[in-house]
Structure formats: C-alpha cells, structure tokens
Design a protein around this ligand. Structure first.
Ligand SMILES: *Cc1c(COP(=O)(O)O)cnc(C)c1O
Length: 224
C-alpha cells in the first residue's frame, strides 16, 4: 500500500508534468487536499509530510476536526469547498481562509454581513454551474456578471471562479469555458483564480489554467 506521503509526491509530480506541458509554473498552482470524511488520523500523515492546504465541504465536520489540528499546525490554510447555507455563513467566515462556493445573491448578503461582524475578509470564488445542470449548485452562466458585481459592491474579496463539471463526460470543454468566463469578466491578478479539477481530472484542469485543484481520493484513497 502507498503511504500518504507517496501519494502526495505522485500528485505533485502529475501537477508538475501538466505544468511543463502547458508551460506554466507549479508555484502558481495550489493543491487543496480535500479531507472531507477523512478522520484526523488520515490527515496527520499529510501534515507531517509538510502539506498545509486542505479543503472541507461541511462546516460542522470542519469545526470538529480543524481547531485541534490548527493548534499543532498554525500555518494550515483551510478552504471551504462545499455548498454553503446562508445560516452557516458566520461559522464559515470564522473557520475558512477561502470559500469556493459563493453562488447566489442571498449568500453574498449573508457572507458580507458575517465578514463585517467578524471584521475578517475571506476571499471567495464564485461557483458557476458550468454544465447548466438542474440539480447542481453554482450560478447560471447568464447570471454571472450580475453576481460578480454584487460581490464587488458587498466588499467581499473576489478570488476567481470555481466549477464542478458534469460527471462521466470529458471535462476539458467545461474547464476551458470557465477560463473563458474569467477572461470575459476581466478577472485578473488576485481575482483571477480558477478553482477546478479533482482526482480524476486535475492534470487536464492544470493544462487549462487551474490555479487551485481540489484533490481528495488521489491523496487519501477512496472515501469510506
Ligand atoms: C469531494 C470534492 C472534491 C474532491 O473529489 P475527489 O474526486 O475525491 O478528488 C473536490 N471538490 C469538491 C467540491 C468536492 O466536494
């Protein structure tokens, strides 16, 4: 069996390879280790191997695991990657260093209020429903310009765009579309992040411009 450290090295090597093919610098890609459903004992080896950037999709689960881990590793960077209910906005702002699923006006309001109250600004990615799937989170492509302007006027730091392409279909066209939406909306510099790519497709995402890949299974093994 592979160790967590070996899996980390392998994923980093894949990212480096994709970067080379795309003439990009690996320094410009953040590997988010998605530790949802993983117990602390499974997370420890990655921390011991020096990895510091993690992602969780549920506020409650993250609250149960990360305060303890952060005490030992204060330089951990925790990303909230899952669908977020407005009534969890305060907890999310307190807990996360970045939020990847800002996808609607009501959440813009809730997060802005929570950030003002906590006097803490958490960079947010706007999630786009890139495959126009009915059951999926993310704002509709047509609604993106308006949502972006709401985010700006609410004084929420914009980190870029995020997507979760439809399952079981080649993801490259969806990644390319997200990159195009980033460009079309003039998002550059600190606003120019692209959070896309998971265990099955992160090398493709890197070749198409991802700045943040969210990788769970390839680092931790299958979720129980
Ligand atoms: C679970 C999850 C991931 C990671 O998925 P893997 O296939 O295990 O790499 C990435 N992004 C989001 C939003 C997730 O919920």
């Amino acid at each position: 069996m592979e160790t967590a450290q070996e899996r980390l090295v392998a994923v980093e090597a894949e990212i480096a390879k994709a970067c080379k093919a795309a003439r990009r610098k690996p320094d410009n890609i953040t590997l988010i280790a998605v530790s949802k459903t993983q117990p602390i004992e499974a997370i420890n080896p990655l921390l011991q191997a020096g990895h510091r950037v993690f992602g969780e999709n549920r506020v409650q689960e993250a609250q149960a695991k990360w305060p303890e881990l952060r005490e030992r590793y204060p330089d951990v960077e925790l990303h909230g990657i899952g669908q977020l209910q407005s009534n969890k906005a305060e907890d999310a702002v307190a807990l996360f260093d970045s939020i990847h699923a800002l996808d609607r006006m009501s959440l813009v309001k809730a997060l802005a209020k929570a950030m003002n109250k906590a006097d803490k600004r958490v960079p947010c990615f706007v999630q786009v429903n890139i495959g126009s799937e009915e059951q999926k989170g993310g704002c509709a492509i047509e609604a993106l310009p308006e949502l972006l302007s709401e985010v700006r006027s609410a004084d929420i730091p914009l980190a870029g765009l995020m997507c979760l392409p439809p399952a079981d279909i080649e993801p490259a066209p969806f990644f390319a579309l997200l990159a195009k939406l980033l460009q079309d909306n003039g998002l550059t510099g600190s606003e120019g992040g692209l959070s896309m790519g998971m265990s099955g497709d992160y090398p493709t995402a890197v070749m198409l411009g991802a700045t943040h890949v969210r990788v769970g299974t390839a680092l931790f093994g299958a979720r129980g």
